[in-house]
Design a binder for this molecule. Structure first.
Ligand code: NAP
Ligand code: SF4
Length: 670
């Protein structure tokens, strides 16, 4: 079904069984030798699932290049052995694997970071010292030695990380390279470092070894590279001996989102297509490609020769295999949420995946069947119940789900209605397909009760009845202009002026929903580029132009009782995107408010000793949730093996990640 995607290729003497490259993604397991067996199992599952070529998370060529203290590094022969575990595991499954060499430069989170010039990065507390010309030469030597050790470890190649604002990118860009020696001062001098690195590696490792170069095609920061400079780099890197060019998009400090759910699929493919016209070596397209249909169409239309996906393979190790077997509807699609992968990395926790809690924990959760098949009844088909049902059925249990509404999904259904979160429908599609595939007995429109449950004589009862919106104690809360977020997101009529009570994740989502602009004829990618000021045609500067967000549909106030920054508890890698998006939609925020009452005039507040009345048409309450656990209270008295999970157990700060993981862990304990 996907002839381009699944066709083999031979690059620099290395045979690749298809065009799927598993992009580099730090899991946290690279940093400790003791975690390499887990990493080997994680990669082996992806190789077994059919991935053509795996690229590891970034490994530093020396201590200065560490992303953080004691991060993964390969600079001494005795560090080779642990990498053998990875290469042997992948090769045993018929896959190929390259090691990414990443030098953090000024992005390093340690005090001895180094960069082309002494300019602090906005995302690191440490000011780097400027490398002397001799020190630059020794960085080149370290890259070459690292690649040579990678070859000794059995890797099929290396990826040299030249994008995302790390050291090499810092050298190639006038933004961070203010040098006047042979490594700065002109486009040609600025690209001398990567050219020397690639040339040095090729000389050392010989021909039958891949050198992938990750080139920054769009810096998306002020004073980044022009298109002419990008093309010149691509040609020089090819000339120096690279085997493939991978697409890097946006520095980590860029204020344009590049991989979150709200970025349209394949939003940056256009620049990869352009660079492919300029070089003779294979080119890899990346960023927000998560389905075989999108991947195939990019290859078929000549955008690139390979497709890179990192998170989609965290979400589903069998992504390629399922595509090849005509079972793409069973792919557990990455929804771009970042919640359990990148957010974990930034919180110094091992990465996993919101939709696949087994990811990077394959040794903890083996796929063997449970010793005894049990009859399990689950009440509630939200994320917690569905995740429990699917994992339990995969383990061989006989599973029934009772759901009182007419569709599965629970709160996830609501999330999918938010503009920019349409990817969440993929998880609902996956759940629905798995329920069918695994023969789970799903009974929709059934209100479970204690007697009915006991009458079925199950071995295990799982209550995953979720949450109900909290109704705060505010005078006038019963006024007809007031509704909760569930009503607002499921079709209730909402006026043009709206106050939103509660600025948690759902308050932000509801604001996004209310302010979405009327669709125009422009494509989703064009509209998104206008909103964020992205210019892949490089009309001026480094791919940035003045943003032109579309006018919002409504005038919205977002309110919170606490003082201070809005969205403090939003996730690290996505919170800033939500905040910026609401600012673009002119959402007005008021903190430190006291809700005095609601009447025909609107919402009355007190703030800093002043009385305010917001003359709004509607007040939408997003003040958190309360558990629906009444059924559990009844059943637990009468059944010895009854469990409560997800929001029904603890509503406070429940999110899909916690709900899915709780369901999954329970299934593994049965
Ligand atoms: P939440 O994060 O707990 O936020 C609810 C907000 O309502 C609080 O910030 C609180 O702020 C306010 N509130 C609480 N009790 C109130 C009361 N009695 N009267 C008036 N205001 C009250 O809950 P949520 O927004 O419903 O989100 C639920 C979970 O889903 C959270 O874990 C959230 O992180 C997650 N989620 C995340 C996202 C995202 O990251 N984009 C999106 C959706 C959901 P004040 O007390 O300051 O007023
Ligand atoms: Fe994708 Fe979210 Fe899983 Fe990360 S946590 S791999 S973004 S679905």
């Amino acid at each position: 079904m996907y002839p381009h995607l699944l066709s083999p290729a031979s690059v620099h003497g290395v045979h690749l069984r298809n065009r799927v490259l598993m992009g580099s993604m730090h899991t946290g397991l690279e940093d400790r030798a003791a975690d390499f067996p887990k990493l080997a199992t994680y990669f082996a599952e992806r190789a077994k699932g059919g991935v053509g070529l795996i690229v590891t998370g970034g490994i530093a060529p020396n201590m200065r290049g560490w992303v953080k203290p004691f991060a993964g590094k390969l600079s001494w022969p005795w560090e080779v052995r642990r990498h053998r575990l990875l290469t042997d595991a992948v090769h045993a499954e018929g896959g190929k694997i390259c090691m990414q060499i990443l030098h953090a430069g000024r992005y390093a989170f340690h005090p001895f970071s180094a960069a082309p010039s002494r300019i602090k990065a906005p995302i690191s507390p440490f000011t780097p010292f400027a490398l002397s010309a001799n020190a630059v030469v020794s960085q080149v030597r370290d890259f070459v030695r690292c690649a040579s050790l990678a070859r000794d470890a059995g890797y099929d190649g290396v990826e040299v990380m030249g994008s995302e604002g790390y050291l090499i990118n810092q050298f190639t860009s006038p933004r961070t390279n203010h040098r006047t020696d042979r490594y700065g001062g002109s486009d040609e001098a600025r690209m001398r470092l990567p050219v020397e690195i690639v040339h040095g590696i090729r000389e050392r490792v010989g021909d039958a070894f891949l050198i992938i170069y990750r080139l920054s095609l769009l810096d998306l920061v002020e004073d980044g590279n022009s298109w002419d400079a990008v093309v010149a780099q691509a040609k020089a890197i090819e000339q120096a001996g690279a085997s493939m060019l991978n697409s890097g998009i946006g520095w980590h400090e860029a204020r344009v989102p590049t991989i979150v759910s709200s970025v349209p699929r394949a939003a940056f493919a256009q620049v990869t297509a352009r660079i492919r016209q300029e070089v003779g070596i294979p080119v890899v397209v990346s960023n927000r490609i998560n389905t075989p249909e999108v991947a195939e169409s990019l290859l078929a239309s000549g955008v690139a020769d390979f497709v890179s996906m990192a998170r989609p393979l965290l979400a589903d190790p069998e992504w390629v295999e399922k595509s090849a077997r005509g079972k793409a509807h069973l792919i557990n699609t990455c929804i771009g949420c970042n919640q359990a992968c990148l957010d974990h990395v930034f919180e110094n926790k091992p990465a996993s995946c919101l939709v696949n809690p087994r990811a990077a924990r394959e040794r903890e959760f083996s796929t063997t069947k449970a010793p005894v098949a049990r009859k399990v009844i689950i009440v509630g088909a939200g994320p917690a119940g569905l995740s429990c049902a699917i994992a339990a059925a995969e383990r061989g249990h006989n599973v029934t789900i009772l759901e009182r509404s007419e569709a599965l999904g629970g709160q996830f259904k609501l999330a999918a209605t938010i503009p920019g979160k349409e990817e969440f429908y993929e998880t609902l599609r996956y759940y629905s397909a798995q329920v069918q595939e695994l023969g789970i007995d799903l009974r929709l429109g059934v209100e479970a009760n204690c007697e009915g449950l006991l009458a079925d004589a199950p071995d295990v009862i799982v209550i995953a009845t979720g949450v109900r919106p909290r109704k705060p104690d505010i005078p006038g809360i019963e006024h007809p202009m007031v509704m909760d977020y569930m009503q607002a997101l499921t079709g209730a009529s909402v006026g043009k002026r709206v106050a939103v009570i509660g600025a948690g994740g759902i308050g932000f989502d509801v604001c996004e929903f209310l302010t979405q602009s009327v669709p125009t004829h422009a494509s989703a990618i064009d509209r998104w580029q206008e909103k964020w000021g992205v210019d892949p045609n490089y009309r001026i500067g480094a791919g940035l132009i003045a943003p032109r967000p579309h006018p919002p549909e409504r005038e919205v106030w977002l309110l919170q009782r606490s003082a201070g920054k809005f969205g403090q508890r939003l996730n690290k890698t996505t919170g800033w995107v939500h905040r910026a998006s609401l600012a673009k939609a002119s959402v007005k925020t008021l903190d430190n408010v006291n809700y005095v009452g609601i009447d025909d005039l609107g919402l009355h507040l007190r703030r800093n000793d002043s009385a305010i009345c917001l003359h709004v048409d509607n007040v939408i309450v997003c003040a958190g949730q309360e558990s629906r656990s009444e059924l559990f209270d009844q059943v637990k008295q009468k059944h010895p093996d009854c469990h409560l999970i997800g929001g029904a157990r603890l509503a406070s700060e429940v999110d899909a990640k916690r709900a899915i993981e709780e369901g999954f862990r329970l299934a593994y304990s049965l």
